[in-house]
Design a protein around this ligand. Structure first.
Ligand code: DAK
Length: 258
């Protein structure tokens, strides 16, 4: 499939990379761009040769948010009805881990897109913000919820109510990002991390992602039961037998993804 707004690459074994590529508008998340992004992620999610996905932008912008021109004249019903919401929901259904490699602006929906990924590697130029208040609205793709769960209520209030932006260094300190790297290295750091994860037992990786995400959705006892069921289920996989046998034989395991 050919794309107009994104580039799709395989930069390392097991890694699928999507680059948002609308440099002129700082990767504003237009409908066509979001459709292409989701379709590329879903294609790679179905591809057995890929174990981990990376989303990145251009050096000066991961993404500057939803496209304001597209939204400016919309009615509430248009905003509710359109494929607009469905596009964002599709990201939640990706089963393989998704890493955001963020450089430059991650604003509004751009920040929310990064937050919806499983991990974030930031360049030292990254800026995270939810400036929707300047447009007379609030975040609509998870900003209030995911930020509050990640960096706590106090700072989230400041970001959402008063457009407080976080530098990469602050984002790392407050636990929003996994790691910060120089701008000419952050993408390689993300790809290396993705390749390491892609080389691990695939079914266990998927269930691990699912279990960690459940921690943000449910009570502790329900979450512990959920985790335990995933743990039991993995004893039905060939990879569990192989992983434990390899440990006992003092050799490297060979995963089958079964
Ligand atoms: N939308 C449309 N165009 C944008 C844009 C955006 N978000 N961001 C930048 N651009 C365009 C500018 O209009 C300009 O276009 P031209 O005038 O050249 O045609 C070009 O990119 C360059 O921008 P600037 O001239 O402004 O460049 P600067 O270096 O001065 O500033 C900037 C760069 C990124 C700091 C600035 O452009 C900026 O503040 N952009 C807007 C950031 C923002 O407010 N983002 C939040 C948007 S609201 C939902 C899902 C998602 C959302 C909501 C609900 N559901 C599923 C329900 C998300 C909402 C949002 O993200």
């Amino acid at each position: 499939m050919t794309y107009e707004n994104i580039l799709v690459e395989r930069p390392a074994e097991g890694v699928g990379l999507v680059k948002l590529n609308q440099r002129r508008t700082f990767n504003s998340l237009t409908g066509p761009l979001m459709d292409e992004l989701m379709s590329a992620l879903e294609t790679m999610d179905r591809d057995d040769a890929i174990g981990c996905l990376v989303i990145t932008g251009v050096d000066r912008a991961f993404a500057a948010g939803a496209d304001i021109k597209e939204m400016a004249g919309a009615s509430p019903v248009e905003m509710m009805n359109k494929a607009f919401i469905a596009r964002w929901e599709r990201l939640r259904n990706i089963r393989k881990p998704v890493i955001a490699a963020v450089s430059g602006y991650a604003l509004g929906g751009g920040c929310e897109l990064a937050l919806a990924c499983d991990m974030i590697i930031a360049s030292d130029t990254a800026v995270f913000g939810q400036p929707e208040i300047n447009l007379g609205v609030i975040p609509g793709a998870g900003g209030t919820q995911r930020l509050a769960r990640t960096i706590g209520k106090a700072l989230t209030m400041e970001m959402v109510l008063n457009d407080r932006r976080l530098s990469a260094e602050e984002a790392e300190r407050f636990g929003l990002v996994n790691r910060v790297a120089p701008v000419d290295e952050y993408l390689d750091v993300a790809i290396t991390l993705a390749a390491e994860i892609a080389a691990r037992a695939p079914v266990a990786v998927r269930l691990a992602k699912d279990a960690v995400n459940m921690a943000l959705e449910t009570s502790l006892s329900a979450g512990l039961a959920y985790e335990r069921n995933h743990f039991y289920a993995l004893f039905a996989t060939a990879d569990q037998k192989e992983g434990m046998a390899a440990f006992l034989d003092k050799r490297k395991p060979e995963w089958q993804g079964k």
